[in-house]
Ligand binder design. Sequence first.
Ligand code: ADP
Length: 773
Amino acid sequence: MSQSEDTTAQATALTNHDRKPIHIPGSIQPHGVLLALNTQLEIVQVSNNTQEYLGKEPEDLLTQPLGCLLDARKVEAIKQCLVKKIGSCSALKVLINTSNGERYFDAIVHRTEEAVIVELEPRDSESELSFLGFHDLAGEAIAKMQSTSNLIEFLHIAAEKLQDIIGFDRVMFYQFDESGAGSVVAEVKREDLSPYLGLHYPATDIPAQARELYTRCLLRFIPDLTVEPAKLVPTENTITHQHLDLSYCVLRSFDSCCIEYHQNMGVTALLVISLIQEQKLWGLISCHHQTPKYISYEVRKMCEFLGQIVSSELAHKISHSEWDYEVKLKSLQSEFLNSISQADNFIDALIKPEIRLLDLVSASGAAICLDNEVTLVGATPNIDQVRALIEWADTQVHDNLFSTDSLPKLYPEALIFKDTASGLLLLRISQVRRYYILWFRPEVIQTVNWAGNPKESIQAQADGSVTLSVRKSFAAWQETVRLTSLPWRACELESAMSLRNAIVGIVLSKADELAKINLELERSNQELASFAYAASHDLKEPLRGIYNFSTVLLEDYAQILDDDGVECLQTVVSLSVRMETLINALLRLSQLGQAQLREQVTDLNELVDQVIEIFRASQQNSGLIDIRIPRPLPIVQCDRVLVNEVFSNLIGNAFKYNDKPEKWVEIGYLEEGLGTRDWGLGKSFVNPIPNPQSPIPNPQSPIFYVRDNGIGIPEHHLETIFRLFKRLHSQEKFGGGAGAGLAIVKKIVELHNGQIWVESTLGVGSIFYFTLE
Ligand code: ADP
């Protein structure tokens, strides 16, 4: 149960002001007689109603030995109480000679600091509850109560059984929350009475000192709230000169506040049984009757016994349902952790299936934040709201965790999304990186039906002090506790923490694994590069020999050979030429693998001009070459020599793989926001920003492109053409080639931390894009 904060604050403030001490009222209820004895068992104080029950005036009894009322055996039995511990109570049936003849009483005896208090309640000698009678009544009730594991059903059964036994109009179970406020959680009542089930009461209704007394005396009984109490004579104890402490007296009279409170509810007879859990007052069984109703001491004792059974079963039922939930969370946790530790991508495993992440702490939404990337699961605030929330919540984190069930009260910006996130549980996974998991719970609007307006019971006095007064109206006064979610339970927070530990463990071991693989990779890459270099370098020399000797043979010995022999030799020469080209390409690539960039500020206009100039010079029909540069290229930081190689290769290919009569090449670049230009080369060029499969370039760096109106590239080769020695055509076609140009271009672009990709339409043309970071 929740309650408004100011009520809690007032309740706390009021505990010091609580009502007058209630354990020394100086009077008792008049359905019995009280005798206070000293250690010699002489009567030192009595209630002023002795005449009515014993036929003797108080003055006749004071200073008299107890023997004047009871026989020696009973006096001896009461004497035993002097050695018992304070508050411990025993009861015996006694027969007293009164002026109206012999009368049976229940003598309820207990030790106090000073000596002994004997309370006498008249009893009908016939009405004795035998053990078997008691067993019949209690045994059946206990068996039925044990038959259910559901807490509320259990309380309901207990209320029913109790009502059977005492025949009161209403029996209800009242449960306290942390703040001392309470609510009615089970109720059995006469049909015509209005229900109190679900009503909430502020802490001030049962003040701290009353609650404390309830933990000491497990049963309180008032058969008639309307009768005048019987005063003690003399008012002060002659030994202590103080009011007699009646904490443990069954007859203790109630304070006027309590009486008025119940009378306002139409109650005349009241029986209250305490429910204790782990030495604390868990709640009360409160039994109301509209007319005066006496319950014998024996039956009351049986009710108290049933209350104790309820208390002990209660512990069992509560821990059972909590245990069930904890077991469920634990098994969910281990299943979950197992799957994320085995997954290749544990982030994916964290999210899929999404319900698992939510179930782990019984949340309705979650967000996973990995640096700038935020993934939402279930019902959550939007990404921007989550980002802002993380900024704030990070300052609240303690031991990597922060949780609240009333976020909007701490963080007013959350008001907008209270429907999804009035409760927040934030887990910080890494202190270095911005890794968080957040869980959300929606607002649960709890209608709190206080039994009357709690504020009405607290009245400020002219001097500024506050006093408690009794509320006149018990019409359900409603207060809606807003901006609050269901509270996070300790086992849910533990569940979140173990997820954190597991993730940290997994990340660490993955990082370890990755570091090992990287080391291994670096080593084998280096080996491969030096092998490629050595192999290509060393192969060149014997190859040159083969070429030279074949040419010598052709030039000097051709006339000795027949035509086939000459042809064979010519093939050897051309194959060795081709092999040299391949070896050169390999050598170049392996050189690049070990190259250090020599970056400098480079005007790409000058660089491209040089490339075009050399290119034109190498072409016979340079007049037909149409190279377009729509706008000046930018100045960038790059390795001039290598970027020159990139443009040379791309421009060379653009003309080489072109079968149009009017070939052209366009060289340009894109910036952010230039994404929707119509290229006029068919549909696939309408949007020059790469398709989703293409790598996402750094939004800051320009995207360069070399575009042609050539033969185009089939879609399934758009990636393979960047592989070493990959050619799509035979040697005879398109002037041959080693198939290494694009592999070298890719290597250079990657050395600049850039990316390269191509878009193309067969028969229409291609665009090669690349970036240089
Ligand atoms: P090479 O040109 O020496 O064969 P590249 O690595 O430069 O080697 O090119 C690989 C293959 O990609 C070429 O064989 C060709 O089929 C294809 N290719 C490259 N550029 C283009 C282009 N602009 N248009 C069409 N096809 C191309």
